[in-house]
Design a protein around this ligand. Structure first.
Ligand SMILES: [Cu+2]
Length: 83
């Protein structure tokens, strides 16, 4: 089991950033999982919520992310970030 650091969870509410991106090419739950994992691996990302039907990816992070970092992660997963 991985130990969660409680301090990093409880202090989130004040400086959390949420951004919504659109990703094309996802067709099933596996795609959603891939995108969630890759985007979730970006430094500072706390939560990734993917809606398969719309391609909307909501990313919550402790600092604003660069579009380039998100695009690279989506690309790495095998999908395309829509601008
Ligand atoms: Cu799929």
């Amino acid at each position: 089991m991985i130990e969660l650091k409680e301090t990093s969870v409880t202090s989130l509410s004040e400086n959390v950033t949420t951004a919504v991106y659109t990703v094309s090419g996802m067709t099933c739950g596996h795609c959603v999982k891939s995108v969630t994992e890759e985007v979730g691996a970006i430094d500072g990302v706390q939560n990734v919520d993917v809606v398969l039907e719309t391609g909307k990816v909501t990313v919550t992070s402790v600092a604003p992310l660069t579009a380039g970092a998100v695009e690279a992660a989506v690309d790495e997963a095998g999908y395309t970030l829509v601008h």
